[in-house]
Ligand binder design. Structure first.
Ligand SMILES: Nc1ncnc2c1ncn2[C@@H]1O[C@H](COP(=O)(O)OP(=O)(O)OP(=O)(O)O)[C@@H](O)[C@H]1O
Length: 362
């Protein structure tokens, strides 16, 4: 774990990145012996005091990005700025980044309190002051009553809270969380998610959360960055990412399986084998592309305006029903609320609300 509070020793300043809590500029990482880079000219910015969730398929470079930001790994090229200061060559212990990993990595022979006091003690703070501050941080994560326990006497969730308190006690310029909740059961993950949101909001610490969990990202993040093959596909507020994906790849990654090929006419309608479909005014794309619509927006329709389709498959998904139906333009995926559902091979009409239609290139 790298925990340190100051980046005052850092070298130069970038005026363009002054407003950002963390900025990665053109980061490329190529591991020795590898031909293609793991990170490929990655630009990423987290506004000061905000939380960015880093999403992407396994192996896309999320952990490598955290290592670059923390200083545990040096980029092949590119620069790292913390609050506008170039820290690319600042070692991890003086950079001002705190990392929480999937495992809490507490010191086994120290109590929870002394684990949290550790970063301050390393920085030379007197024991009494370091412990007083540590107790306050334990209180913030709801664990002050367990301050005297050793790591072996803590549950997984409690230990991870101690790790979070320790990271915050370092008063970092940036908090880097690399899948910190993925080893916890779903209920506890939810609790930890709420704790993170309240702690992060209260202290306004610039945070990067690596997660595989899209709902976690959407629940806690101010912005979400989607990586693929070491490149940034899109960075946006969660609702915008879902409603207005930049590309078919982003739409698909976020669970939008419907992609009907066609083209946007000069008049802003979508021409496809279903006819000329109305589009919302927000669609700016012109020419060929795919009409995408999220499955939860699609509804069964009994009126004349619906799109004719034949049900290909129906299966339960929790309390909902996942339905795939073939239209003249291609399959449409729907996530239907509880209620009577059609059977496979049945002819149905689907309502594709205009406000939820979106067109991406490709
Ligand atoms: N030290 C290393 N040497 C060589 N290759 C590495 C090293 N560390 C990571 N890689 C490779 O770099 C790529 C990105 O790895 P990274 O751990 O950053 O991905 P990730 O998105 O965090 O993956 P996951 O979601 O599975 O944790 C992977 O192909 C991985 O095998």
């Amino acid at each position: 774990m790298s925990t340190s509070s100051s980046s005052s020793s850092s070298s130069s300043s970038s005026s363009s990145s002054a407003a950002a809590g963390l900025r990665l500029e053109g980061i490329t990482v190529t591991y020795p012996g590898h031909r293609s880079p793991v990170l490929d000219g990655l630009d990423l910015e987290v506004a000061d005091g905000r939380l960015l969730a880093l999403l992407g398929p396994s192996g896309c470079g999320k952990t490598t990005t955290v290592q670059i930001a923390s200083g545990l790994l040096a980029p092949t090229s590119g620069a790292v700025y913390l609050r506008g200061t170039d820290v690319t060559r600042t070692p991890p212990e003086r950079r001002g980044a705190a990392v929480v990993f999937q495992q809490p990595m507490l010191l086994p022979h120290r109590t929870a309190l002394d684990n949290v006091a550790f970063p301050a003690r390393v920085r030379g703070r007197p024991r009494r002051a370091a412990r007083a501050s540590a107790l306050e941080h334990l209180r913030r994560v709801g664990l002050d009553a367990l301050a005297d326990r050793y790591p072996r006497q803590l549950s997984g969730g409690q230990a991870q809270r101690v790790a979070l308190a320790r990271a915050l006690a370092a008063e970092p310029a940036v908090l880097l969380l690399d899948e910190p909740f993925s080893a916890l059961d779903p209920g506890l993950r939810h609790t930890m998610r709420e704790l993170l949101t309240s702690v992060q909001r209260e202290w306004a610490v610039t945070t990067v959360l690596v997660t595989h969990d899209q709902s976690e990202a959407a629940a806690v993040a101010d912005t979400v960055a989607l990586l693929d093959h070491g490149r940034l596909l899109q960075q946006a507020r969660p609702a915008d990412l879902y409603a207005h994906p930049d590309s078919l790849a982003v739409a698909r990654f976020l669970g939008c399986a419907t992609a009907l090929p066609g083209s946007v006419t000069p008049h802003g309608r979508f021409a496809c084998p279903l006819g000329e479909l109305e589009l919302p005014g927000t669609v700016t794309h012109r020419g060929t592309g795919h009409l995408v619509i999220r499955p939860e927006a699609v509804r069964l329709d009994t009126g004349p305006d619906g799109v004719s389709a034949v049900v290909r498959s129906v299966r339960p998904e929790g309390p909902f029903t996942a339905l795939v139906a073939d239209t003249a333009a291609g399959p449409v995926h729907a996530l239907l609320p509880p209620g009577p559902q059609p059977a496979a091979s049945e002819r149905v009409r689907l309502h594709l609300p205009v406000a939820h239609r979106w067109v991406v290139a490709g």
